[in-house]
Design a protein around this ligand. Sequence first.
Ligand code: SAH
Length: 512
Amino acid sequence: MRGKVYLVGAGPGDYKLITLKALECIRKSDVIVYDRLANIEYLKEAKDNCEFINVGKASSNHLLPQDDINRLIADKALEGKIVTRLKGGDPYVFGRGGEEAELLRDENIDFEVVPGITSPIGGLCYAGIPITHRDYASSFHVITGHPRKDGKETKEINWNALANVKGTLVFLMGIANLKNISENLIKEGKDKNTPVAFISWATRANQRVVTATLENAYEVAIKENVKPPTLIVVGTVVNLREKLNFFEEKPLFGKNIVVTRCRAQSSTLAEKISDMGGNPIEIPTIKIEKVENNIELENEIKNIKDYSYIIFSSKNAVDIFFDKLNDMGYDARLLYKSKICVVGVETAKAIKARGIIADIIPQKYVAEGIYKELKDIINENDKILIPRAKNARDFLVSKLSEKCYVKEVIIYESVIDNNKKNLALEVIEDESVDYITFASSSTVKNFITLIGEENLKKLKNKKIISIGPITSKTIEDFGLGVYKEAEVATIDSTIEAISNDNYLLNKGELTC
Ligand code: SAH
């Protein structure tokens, strides 16, 4: 059996700038061969047993020579595997995708090419530079700035034509050869005052843009320490950046924000941070382990009609409870006799997704809030079911038990997730990390266990963001300060706390 190869463009870096087709290839592949310009976050989309092969570092410093990459891809397909060759931008724009495809055709291996948003298109856009403009540029030209070792390509570049064409020029892989590029263009008649932009790590949260003129481009690049991967843009359109720069104006642009929730929950927070231009660093500290073969839960579900109230205090509780209900062949209609109480908007959303609108959502998203809502409406004839986590706070069960029958069923346990311990240790040393977010007391405790109490003092230099009062108390019990607490205990409110802070900092209204 022969496999198949997909030569896939991953786009310029922003996670969401990938095609549906590319994502489909990633999801079905047995092997993914990638290099450094493809956003590695896409690998999370792969199948569990997918093999990942990293074949590239810096542009001139490939981990594997091109011929070996071609061979590797072909061999994996010959083993019968589905292979995705994942490349930054578009596979045929200086990605050497053509050579890879040729070999596949020569060996009669089935292949498809999935185009991607190439960096000259995506990168200029995110730098606020329209690549063409009716008033300034009626063509654009994408040129390699990386001469072949045998010198062939530089000879092929018609500097005279480029200098006089008046379109936007975009050089890829040009930083090492910048002096040559600007000198050649000026020599062939290009105005030395033509604006130049260097766009590094375009479309990512660490995008950096430096502007210059053709004449001082080389000095500016040295002074500003411009490094690959960088696009060099030469043309009057660069001036529009001041007006059209939307990406770098996003509220969290350039901010590195640590997200410590469990993987499943952190993705919403992480996604929102990315959408607002920030860089989420995910360090899940909690794993959810549900109680397997939960006979007790099954029994209570069978008797569910006896319960006048069911209380859910987390999305996990909702999901585990309803999955079990569904597995037993029931659906939400089984709960028609019970009033449903939930703690928190996320929990309310989760229950709505199961077809139920919660009857009671306390103003305060804590157990005390639920108690306050229930204490005057329940009586000794009521029965309350609380499916929840092991080691949850005792308050609710003990207070409600004073009034009526309360049944607590343990359905899951939150345990520490050690997978990202090394990243946690790096992050606390890293000065470029701006904020650390905590969305529960357990994330605080687990994060501190991961880094070790001896490193606690390193957290003192970080801005700690807490989702609510109980989490803040835990943070303070460790002797740390809470930089900001969310107004209401939700993810959106947590993000708002960060973006307001950032807004004020940018306006210079706050010092820190
Ligand atoms: N196939 C890729 C280009 C590969 S050549 C594409 O279509 O975009 C590698 C060069 O592309 C880098 O040296 C750099 O000049 C440019 N490049 C690619 N992605 C970039 C990014 N996100 N930011 C800046 N330059 C990038």
